[in-house]
Design a protein around this ligand. Structure first.
Ligand code: NAD
Length: 467
């Protein structure tokens, strides 16, 4: 603890200097960080392959996502750090009003394991752009990635600006006792509650990036071939360990059976095109560790025991943490697979009769991180968008809303999270939006009409405001 505290104090010591750093200085540091990341790309590819059996192109895509955020920040920083003039109002007549985005101080970023580089670096980019010092706590479940990230950061930046705290729950708990100014957390919502409570102790602001069960609605008009291809990809990608992955499908009953046929065909087309078996595909990743492997295997077993049909897959192999891509039908609310986030390549499919029933089926898992609608009927699309809530939504696609466009802020709602990351919204999240009012001192604009004793003119003016 003493060691962690000392390292934290080192970060605290630079907060004023960083707050006063120019856009150019911040941009140079971000570019240095990117260079250090690129220099270690092969090591990050190898770590992804070892930890989750990922193809190197998938890890490269994660790095491209980081580059997109970083380039956007570098390009726009000059504009973001400038005082932003705001329009006047009757109450500020004659005064100059502006918002200054000022750094919060020291930001803690606690990451999950499923995209270790993106989860460490994307919030860090926003925090640095806003002029904060940053502490990174990578997930202990991806230790090789954590080590490389640690080396990248210590190469690129001085230790009073950024530090990596490797370790598990004990390290996280020790960090959470410290008076950080902002905590950015990515992970499950059980720990999200712990983070929020710890933040309250020091009135730290929080961004919580959590998960949940993201539904997919497929109506009677959907292009089913297209939907099945995209959903096969969305559910098998990263072995289902994607916070915005489609977790379950609610499909109009007239398309249910056809969809079950198509999704099997598409899983094979994408992940077994050579015909050597899904378990031998270089594109089918693995669960992060044996605990998560057993957890997902148990969810499949529980569903089967309670009467679900295993339409596809259902198998698992412990020695290399393989879970066969699995499609379940005939699922019910008492199954754990409908209650917990699977975070594995398992998709449940349920039929609906009318669109009101879709809302009832989503209700027990309200406020997911994402919601997907496959439809060619504008009225249905609008109905589902306006009658549901989620952090993000996509029509006729999935998993394309995060890390793809810095202008599309990302985040959850309710149990799936709070706050936003990405682009200017991410920068604002890491800043104190300080309102500044400049009062000119000439007699035309510096009038003190509102001070007692109240004049009749002032009384009339105020009373008129009540009309
Ligand atoms: P997790 O909650 O187990 O761990 C996340 C972090 O919390 C780790 O750094 C860990 O060390 C720390 N932690 C764990 N237990 C703790 C405790 N008792 N006290 C303090 N800190 C503790 O999450 P995970 O299993 O690594 O990640 C999976 C979850 O993350 C899923 O729910 C997924 O949906 C979510 N996720 C969300 C996003 C997003 O952007 N919304 C992105 C990726 C993952």
């Amino acid at each position: 603890m003493t060691q962690i505290k000392k390292r934290f104090e080192k970060l605290q010591s630079s907060t004023l200097r960083l707050r006063n750093s120019s856009a150019e200085e911040r941009a140079n540091k971000l570019n240095a960080l990117w260079q250090a990341i690129v220099n270690r790309k092969q090591d990050l590819f190898d770590a992804g392959a070892e930890e989750r059996g990922c193809h190197e192109v998938d890890i490269a895509a994660e790095l491209v996502m980081i580059k997109g955020e970083l380039d956007h920040a570098v390009k726009n920083l000059g504009k973001w750090v400038k005082p932003q003039k705001v329009k006047g109002a009757i109450g500020t007549f004659g005064k100059k009003c502006e918002i200054r985005y000022q750094s919060k101080g020291v930001v803690l970023n606690m990451a999950a394991y499923n995209a270790p580089s993106a989860e460490c670096f994307v919030p860090m980019i926003a925090a640095m752009a806003a002029g904060n010092a940053v502490a990174i706590k990578p997930s202990e479940a991806a230790p090789r990635s954590a080590q490389i990230i640690d080396e990248i950061i210590s190469t690129a930046l001085p230790d009073d600006e950024a530090q990596v705290f490797q370790g598990g729950v004990k390290t996280a708990q020790a960090l959470l006792k410290l008076p950080f100014n902002h905590i950015y957390y990515t992970g499950g919502n059980a720990v999200g509650k712990i983070v929020m409570k710890a933040a309250a102790e020091h009135f730290a602001s929080v961004t919580l990036e959590m998960g949940g069960k993201s539904p997919v609605i497929i109506d009677e008009t959907a292009n089913l071939e297209n939907a099945a291809t995209k959903l096969a990809w969305g559910r098998v990608m990263n072995a289902g360990q994607v916070c915005i992955a489609p977790e379950y499908v609610i499909i109009h009953e007239c398309r249910h059976d056809e969809f079950l046929e198509l999704i099997q065909e598409k899983i094979h087309a994408l992940y077994n095109s050579e015909g050597t078996g899904l378990n031998n595909s270089e594109y089918v990743p693995r669960l992060i560790n044996s605990r998560h492997h057993s957890r997902v295997a148990a969810l499949i077993k529980d569903a089967k025991d309670k009467g679900a049909n295993i339409v596809f897959g259902g198998g698992s192999r412990k020695k290399d943490r393989y879970i066969e891509p699995t499609i379940l039908s005939n699922v019910s609310e008492d199954m754990a697979v409908m209650q917990e986030e699977v975070f594995g390549p398992v998709m449940a499919v349920m039929p609906y009769k009318n669109r009101e029933q879709v809302l009832e089926l989503i209700a027990p898992r309200a406020n997911p991180l994402a919601l997907y609608i496959y439809s060619q009927n504008d009225d249905n699309i609008e109905y589902f968008l306006t009658n549901t809530s989620s952090g993000s939504a996509v029509v006729n696609n999935n998993c394309v809303q995060a890390g793809t466009n810095p202008n599309l802020a990302f985040g959850g709602v309710g149990a799936s999270g709070m706050g936003r990351s990405g682009g200017f919204e991410g920068f604002k999240e890491m800043s104190n939006a300080r309102s500044v009012v400049h009062q000119p001192l000439d007699r035309f604009r510096d009038f003190l009409i509102m001070l007692p004793p109240y004049s009749d003119r002032y009384k009339n003016l105020i009373m008129k405001g009540l009309k």
